[in-house]
Design a protein around this ligand. Structure first.
Ligand SMILES: [Zn+2]
Ligand SMILES: [Zn+2]
Ligand SMILES: [Zn+2]
Ligand SMILES: [Zn+2]
Length: 240
């Protein structure tokens, strides 16, 4: 079985469609992004280290984001962002792991196990170019993301928000296994029983599909959380 092709994405500045593998290079030379940087530099915001992150789902990298995180932001700001754009279904716990350190919400009265720090740690105290780590959401039915800091620059943040979206994958195209029409649903029961590439269905065939475990076929979203737990989108950034 051929590997799924990684879908192209859209640059948040010029809105051009770019292949996943070419997005880093595109962002480095995008005139619209440079104009946004020039505009930010003329603002009264505080110059600080800014980190260019690529975040991918750990399954096969179908879903990917390029983000810029301000040094003054906390890992919790990034957690809030990832929950909004991708993973949150019902407020499960999550953590980041960089090196041997876990960053999570520290609860009073619990002993820290191993090397553990607060998720309110500032990005500037954790991130640096070349660093790789991961993010896990919901330890029962987990969604794992890989994080890579691909670049660091010093400058004024592009917005007043802690995280800026630079680019994002387009919704992966899938067709209904029954009729070949664009698929709006996925059956997780078939997925868990048969594995990749997954049982994708159009709305009509989702209604007549026989599987009942996990509540029947689930709607698809542009999110690696699709089909898991009670995930029902909206898979939108919390702000722009
Ligand atoms: Zn662009
Ligand atoms: Zn849930
Ligand atoms: Zn099924
Ligand atoms: Zn169909």
């Amino acid at each position: 079985m051929a590997r799924k092709t990684v879908p192209a994405g859209v640059c948040a500045f010029c809105e051009r469609e770019v292949a996943a593998a070419g997005m880093t290079k595109h962002l480095a030379t995008c005139a619209a992004r440079q104009a946004a940087i020039d505009k930010a530099e003329a603002s009264k915001r505080k110059p600080q280290p800014l980190y260019h992150l690529v975040v991918r789902d750990a399954v096969d990298g179908t879903y990917w984001l390029h983000l810029e995180v301000a040094g003054s932001a906390t890992l919790q700001d990034l957690d809030v962002y990832l929950r909004a754009i991708w993973v949150d279904c019902c407020g499960h716990i999550s953590h980041f792991v960089f090196g041997t350190t876990r960053y999570q919400e520290l609860i009073d009265g619990f002993f820290a196990l191993g090397d553990q720090k607060s998720i309110t740690t500032k990005a500037v105290d954790v991130l640096r170019a070349g660093l790789k780590g991961k993010y896990e959401y919901d330890f029962g039915s987990p969604t794992e993301l890989k994080i890579e800091v691909i670049a660091e620059r010093t400058g004024k943040p592009l917005t007043t928000k802690p995280v800026t979206l630079l680019a994002r994958n387009l919704m992966p195209a899938q067709v209904c296994v029954e009729c070949g029409e664009p698929a709006t649903h996925i059956c997780m029961q078939c997925y868990y029983e048969q594995g990749e590439p997954g049982c994708y269905l159009c709305a009509a065939h989702a209604r007549t599909h026989g599987c009942t475990l996990y509540g029947g076929p689930k709607r698809r979203y542009n999110s690696p959380r699709t089909g898991r737990c009670k995930y029902d989108g909206p898979a939108k950034p919390p702000y722009s």
